[in-house]
Structure formats: structure tokens, C-alpha cells
Design a protein around this ligand. Structure first.
Ligand SMILES: C[S@@+](CC[C@H](N)C(=O)[O-])C[C@H]1O[C@@H](n2cnc3c(N)ncnc32)[C@H](O)[C@@H]1O
Length: 273
């Protein structure tokens, strides 16, 4: 089934002046409208006196948000990325006598979570939609987050009548990918959208177009409460508090597993789907 009104909504929101109008209209009706430029403000609000980590700290920003947190009075500051550190990061660190620690690694890996350690404020901007398993990444963030998660991620507009929907970008046809090309709004390159899916680019690809409702559901099931959400047509910024324990499928030991299997068989509730 084609969904014409939705694709038209997306096309319209990609027109710069319509997008601007949409921002004014939402602002006018009391919706908190987000802005990339507000990220330092959030960091200065939550980081002072707390430990801080920036997940995905390098591309185009060279550790900027980690340095902002340090200058704002964060106690210990770490930056994590799957490449780097860049020469710009190292030069700034040396010039300012900064103690920001760079950790090379994938935030989704338990060994890296261990190196990061429990951290009061976890900041993660521009990473989630680059991950093939965003729920797993959110659970990883929940594992390390003690007080506040500041998450900014690219999203797609809500699909009315289809809450919690998402689009998986890899292997869409050239034509279908065009809908998600945001060059008209100033984005330069979106690997996997302006190009075909490029396996050798790994996390450089755009994997998921989550709707805001899907993002909220993922955050909550991973163990966060969303306290504040600033919305943009194609981006959400969320301030979250860890509430529940991180999601985990508890594996029973061999005896318990056997007992479970017996009771499932006795109840006759396991039907082939
Ligand atoms: C689009 S850039 C965002 C940079 C910056 N945070 C910002 O908001 O402007 C995404 C960054 O996250 C890094 N990254 C992607 N997946 C990651 C992962 N699983 N663990 C750590 N860093 C990751 C990328 O290498 C890149 O530096």
C-alpha cells in the first residue's frame, strides 16, 4: 500500500522554508523545538560537578562537547569514538592542559562500557541512527548512565495511525532512498541514503529512520524515562533519567531451564508460530 499523504508530508518538510514555517508554528503552539546549537547549553546545565562521557565525540567536532563539559566543571570527562583522536583534538588537549580522556572503541561493546565505567552524564549526539541495533546501543548507554542521558538523534516524521514505526534504510531502492535525502536542509552526505548501503563503511551508514514515538518506546524499554524532548522535523533531542534496570534477557541455569521447559510442555502453550 502506498502512503501518499505521508510521503508528501516528508517532501514538504524537506523544503527549507516549509521546515522553517513548521518550526515557527510548533513554537507558537507551545511545542519545544530543538536546535543543534543548544547542545552546549544542555551540557552546561547537567555536567558541572558530575562525571561526563561523550559517545561519538569526534566526527566534525574533534571532542568539542567533551571540552565544553570539562570547562563547565565536570569532574572527569571521557570521549569515545570508533576512530581518532584527530590532530585537532590532540592539539586542543595539549594547548589547554585538558584532562579529557579519549577512548577508542565501540560503545556497544561490554569491554568499552567497562573502560568508560559508571558515569553521571552520558551525552550521545548523532550516533543512534548509525547503529544497526539501536535498542542494544541504548541498553549499552543505560549500563553506564547514572543520572542523565542527553541524546540527540536523527528521526523521521511521525506516521499518523502507525505509532512506533521505523524505516530500515539499507537496501532501499535508489528511488525510495531519495525520500530520506536531507541535502535540501543542509546535510552534505548520508552514507546509505545519498549512496547505496556501503558495508565497508560500517557505522558510517544510516541504518534506521525512527519515528519519535518509536524512539521514546526504545528509550523507555531500555530503562530510561524521557523528561524533556525538543523536537525538529527530522531530529529529536531527549533528556532522560535512568529509571528501570537496563533491559536484559535473564538466562536461566541448566536446571531452571529444564524446569521451565517441562512446565511449558505440560501447559501445552508453545505452538509453532
Ligand atoms: C554523525 S557523527 C556525530 C558527531 C558529534 N557527536 C555531533 O553530534 O556532531 C557520529 C560519530 O559517532 C561515532 N560513532 C558511531 N558509532 C559509534 C559507536 N558504536 N561507538 C562510538 N562511536 C561511534 C562516529 O565515528 C562519529 O564520530
Amino acid at each position: 500500500m502506498t502512503c501518499l499523504p505521508y510521503t508528501w508530508k516528508v517532501r514538504l518538510l524537506k523544503i527549507r522554508w516549509v521546515n522553517l514555517l513548521w518550526r515557527y508554528w510548533n513554537n507558537w503552539r507551545g511545542v519545544t523545538v530543538g536546535d543543534y546549537k543548544r547542545l552546549p547549553e544542555y551540557i552546561r546545565m547537567y555536567a558541572p560537578g558530575h562525571s561526563f562521557v561523550d559517545i561519538g565525540c569526534m566526527w566534525g567536532v574533534n571532542g568539542e562537547y567533551a571540552f565544553v563539559a570539562e570547562q563547565a566543571g565536570a569532574t572527569t570527562v571521557k570521549g569515545v569514538d570508533v576512530f581518532g583522536p584527530t590532530p585537532e583534538f590532540e592539539a586542543r588537549k595539549q594547548a589547554t592542559g585538558s584532562s579529557v580522556e579519549f577512548i577508542l572503541g565501540d560503545a556497544g561493546q561490554p569491554a568499552i562500557q567497562e573502560r568508560i565505567g559508571p558515569t553521571d552524564v552520558v551525552f550521545c549526539a548523532g550516533v543512534l541512527y548509525h547503529h544497526p541495533s539501536p535498542f542494544d546501543l541504548l541498553v549499552a548507554l543505560r549500563q553506564i548512565c547514572r543520572q542523565t542521558l542527553i541524546l540527540r538523534t536523527s528521526t523521521i516524521p511521525e506516521i499518523s495511525g502507525l505509532p512506533n514505526a521505523a524505516v530500515y534504510f539499507p537496501l532501499l531502492s535508489d528511488r525510495d532512498r531519495q525520500l530520506w535525502n536531507l541535502q535540501s536542509l543542509g546535510l552534505k552526505q548520508q552514507v546509505g541514503i545519498t549512496t547505496r548501503f556501503e558495508p565497508d563503511q560500517g557505522y558510517g551508514n544510516w541504518f534506521w529512520g525512527l519515528t519519535p514515538s518509536c524512539l521514546t518506546a526504545l528509550l523507555e524499554t531500555a530503562g530510561f524515562r524521557v523528561d524533556h524532548r525538543a523536537t525538529e522535523a527530522f531530529v529529536q533531542t531527549c533528556i532522560c533519567t535512568p529509571v528501570d534496570t537496563p533491559f536484559e534477557h535473564r538466562l536461566p541455569d541448566a536446571n531452571e531451564a529444564r524446569r521451565m521447559a517441562e512446565s511449558i510442555s505440560m501447559a501445552g502453550i508453545a505452538q509453532p508460530a
